[in-house]
Ligand binder design. Structure first.
Ligand code: APR
Length: 238
C-alpha cells in the first residue's frame, strides 16, 4: 500500500514558470484591487473588468510551462498516493502529469453560466466547460442563455471542495506545503487537520506565518526545495 502525501500548493509553485504571485512585490494584488477583479461584488459592479482580468491571465497561461517543482510533484505518484490540493487556478499541475488534483479556488481555463454551481444547485459542475486559453466577453452566453463567467471561487463565495481537501489531509501520512503565504482561509487552515504525528514540510523562500512542532520549513524556491524534499524522502521512511 502506497503511503499517502497531501500537497497544498499556492502561487509560489508557479512563480518559476513566470506566473505572478499575489502578495510578493509587484504581485497581482499590487496591480489590481482584489475587490474589483476577484470578488462577487466586483463581478456585479463591473463584469467586463473581471472578464478582462481573467482573459489576460488565461492568455498568459498559454505561453508558460510547468517548472521542475510541478514535475517533481507529479513524479511522486510513482511511489506515493498523492493528492494535490491547489489554490492555483492555472493548469500547470495537470500539464506536469499530476493525476489527483483538487482546485480549491477554481480553474482559469473553465467557464460556466453565472446562475449555476452555487448553493442553489449543490455546486453542481454539470454546466462547467473548458474553453482553453481564449477570452470570454460580456454577451457570451451559455447554452442555458445566462452570461458565461470564469469558473473561479471569488472572495465572498463558498469553497465547495474544502471538504475533499480536509479528508485528504486527515488521511495523509505526510503533508507538503509549497509556495503559499497561508493568508487565505479555509486553505490556510488545512494543515491543522493533519494527524498529530504527521510530518509537515513547507517550501517557501520567505518566513511562513505558522508555528507548529510538526512543521519543517525548507527555506528555498519551489524547484530547489522539491529537490531537498526528495532527499529527505529518499533518506527516510515516512
Ligand atoms: N518558490 C516557492 N515559493 C515562492 C516563490 C518560489 N519561487 N516565490 C514566491 N513564493 C512564496 C511567497 O514567499 C509566498 O509565501 O509563495 C507565496 C505566494 O503567496 P501569495 O502571493 O499570497 O499566493 P497564495 O498563497 O497562493 O494566495 C492564496 O489568495 O488571492 C487569493 O485566490 C488567491 O489562491 C490565491 C490565494
Amino acid at each position: 500500500m502506497k503511503r499517502r502525501i497531501a500537497i497544498l500548493t499556492g502561487a509560489g509553485v508557479s512563480a518559476e514558470s513566470g506566473i505572478s504571485t499575489f502578495r510578493d512585490s509587484n504581485g497581482l494584488w499590487e496591480n489590481y484591487k482584489v475587490e474589483d477583479v476577484a470578488s462577487i461584488e466586483g463581478w456585479y459592479r463591473n463584469p467586463e473588468l473581471v472578464l478582462d482580468f481573467y482573459n489576460h491571465r488565461r492568455s498568459e497561461l498559454a505561453g508558460v510551462r510547468p517548472n521542475g517543482a510541478h514535475i517533481t510533484i507529479a513524479g511522486l505518484e510513482k511511489n506515493y498516493d498523492v493528492t494535490v490540493i491547489t489554490q492555483n487556478v492555472d493548469n500547470l499541475h495537470e500539464r506536469a502529469g499530476s493525476g489527483r488534483i483538487i482546485h480549491l479556488h477554481g480553474e482559469l481555463t473553465k467557464v460556466r453560466p453565472e446562475n449555476c454551481c452555487n448553493e442553489n444547485d449543490g455546486f453542481s459542475e454539470n454546466s462547467v466547460f473548458d474553453i482553453g486559453y481564449g477570452p470570454v466577453h460580456l454577451g457570451d452566453l451559455a447554452p442555458n442563455g445566462h452570461q458565461l463567467r470564469p469558473h473561479i471561487v471569488w472572495f465572498g463565495e463558498a469553497v465547495p471542495k474544502i471538504g475533499l481537501a480536509i479528508d485528504a489531509v486527515e488521511r495523509a501520512d505526510m503533508m507538503l506545503i509549497v509556495g503559499t503565504s497561508l493568508q487565505v482561509y479555509p486553505a490556510a487552515g488545512l494543515y491543522r487537520y493533519a494527524g498529530k504525528d504527521t510530518k509537515i514540510y513547507i517550501i517557501d523562500p520567505k518566513d511562513v506565518p505558522v508555528h507548529d512542532p510538526r512543521i519543517t520549513h525548507i527555506r528555498d524556491v519551489a524547484t530547489r526545495g522539491m529537490e531537498k524534499f526528495m532527499e529527505i524522502l529518499d533518506g527516510s521512511r515516512i
